[in-house]
Design a protein around this ligand. Structure first.
Ligand code: ARG
Length: 466
């Protein structure tokens, strides 16, 4: 290959040592610009900070840094307008931007890559990209939490059956169940924040693997780009992708929560359950069955969790065999993490409005609320309060439920005589433990579905999400 500055055809940024041109098939095989062009903004931000640092350290002049910054902003504008030409021959977004700069500025552009390698450059770009994604995802999750909180407030006081093993278990407040999702997404947000801290460390200045002999100031770049620290080992700094795996995992777990939610609401909105009415704008129809109103959005939320989970595995397998420092395998991290980010963002974009448009069907819920002896545990705890040992109380109520089941009635529909036959200490006052609503009202413990506790939690969430 030839030296472009010697007046020959411009070619590969790394072409100096080569005697043969790159095979076209290799260019097509190894290019990444088709997907890493989405790092353009991050690459330009990082390059501007790098150029300013080079000037501050006397490696280039201040007017040269100004020209570089201005040229890069022009290139940013061209890329945004769609006026920038991408070609596989220039491999990746980094070489595209640098060669466009050199086309504009000549030798000044050729100074930008001073004390820098694409290895620490791509690591920096990707960290900036993930950091911005984390902040957007956090905002999206906050919006979703607000939508759930809104639903909890609208449905305050409504009692629904609570399930374990998908069998009727104990009655709960609808608001309590809805706030349960806020808890999960709060943990996801806290994991994002934790992941952000480890993402927010500057690799630039690690060079290819060994650092640089030039008098650079890495803290200068870190401060300009808002990084909270500087990678302390150049070998690790240029190749660490833990932050990519962590983000993929946090996204996968968040998608797992979203999938559980989607499954629950698909079920609760069926004809058979009939607890929830989904907004029709978030349902779709059938091309053959005219009556169908399908929960496709929720099904896609559930379905899309699969790729988010798969991406975590893809990343771990990508890394597991790599020796120290940069290996080209690392180029494969991008499409994977981009896909995870895009998937969660797309889901959050529809989840919050879907929740905001959903309501509970009070009549349908009330019609079957007393089925399934949801108050059995409430009665057992009332017997415990009256001095019966827990195991005895459990067995006694078990007998009573069996009686009620045999007759096809609720516990409240048993006579005082039937109660007395199972437990001699029975008094009519114990009926205060019966019925789904009373069972909920008698709850007391912190974190329980007691109306006063749930009301407290609503206030806590209103403050937290304000
Ligand atoms: N496109 C490459 C990547 O994404 C950039 C770094 C290339 N470095 C190299 N030495 N070939 O990983």
């Amino acid at each position: 290959m030839t030296n472009p500055s010697a007046g020959q055809t411009p070619s590969k940024a790394w072409g100096g040592v080569f005697r043969e041109p790159t095979d076209k098939r290799v260019e097509a095989f190894s290019e990444s610009v088709s997907f890493d062009r989405r790092l353009a903004d991050d690459d330009i931000d990082a390059s501007i900070a790098h150029a300013r640092m080079l000037a501050a350290c006397g490696l280039i002049t201040v007017p040269e840094a100004d020209a570089i910054a201005q040229g890069l902003e022009e290139i940013r504008g061209e890329i945004r307008r769609g006026a920038f030409e991408f070609t596989a021959a220039k491999e990746d977004i980094h070489l595209h931007i640098e060669s466009a700069l050199t086309a504009r500025l000549g030798d000044i552009g050729r100074k930008l890559h001073t004390a820098r390698s694409r290895n620490d450059q791509v690591a920096t770009d990707l960290r900036l990209h993930c950091r911005r994604a984390i902040d957007r995802l956090d905002e999206g999750l906050l919006e979703l939490q607000r939508a759930f909180l809104g639903l909890a407030v609208r449905e305050q006081g409504l009692v629904i059956p609570g399930y374990t093993h998908l069998r009727r278990a104990q009655p709960v407040l609808a608001s309590h169940q809805v706030l349960g999702w806020c808890e999960k997404f709060e943990r996801d947000r806290s994991r994002l924040a934790d992941c952000r801290r480890r993402t927010n460390v500057l690799p630039l200045g690690s060079g290819a693997l060994a650092g640089s002999s030039l008098p650079i100031d890495r803290d200068h770049v870190a401060e300009a780009l808002g990084f909270e620290g500087v990678a302390a080992n150049s070998l690790d700094g240029a190749s660490d992708r833990d932050f990519v795996c962590e983000l993929a995992f946090v996204i996968a777990l968040t998608m797992t929560h979203l999938s559980q939610w989607a499954e629950e609401w698909i079920l609760y909105s069926t004809q058979e359950f009939g607890f929830l009415r989904l907004p029709e704008g978030f349902c779709t129809g059938s091309s053959i069955m005219p009556q169908k109103i399908n929960p496709d959005v929720l099904e896609l939320v559930r379905g899309k969790s699969a790729r988010a989970i798969g991406n975590v595995q893809a990343l771990l397998v990508l890394l597991k065999g790599l020796p120290t420092a940069y290996n080209r395998d690392l180029q494969e991290d991008k499409e994977t993490i981009f896909d995870s980010i895009d998937t969660l963002e797309a889901v959050l974009g529809v989840a919050a409005p879907l929740v905001a448009g959903t309501s509970f069907d009070h009549a349908r819920i009330a019609a079957t609320l007393e089925r399934g002896h949801l108050d059995a545990t409430s009665l057992m705890e009332a017997l415990i309060t009256a001095g019966v040992p827990q195991r005895t109380a459990h067995e006694t109520v078990g007998h009573l439920v069996r009686r009620a089941m045999t007759r096809g009635v609720s516990l409240a529909e048993l006579s005082d005589e039937e109660f007395s036959r199972e437990w001699a200490g029975w008094t009519a006052a114990l009926r205060g433990a019966l019925g789904a609503s009373r069972a909920v009202e008698r709850m007391a413990s912190f974190g329980s579905t007691a109306p006063a506790r749930v009301a407290d939690q609503i206030v806590v969430w209103q403050r937290r999400l304000a």
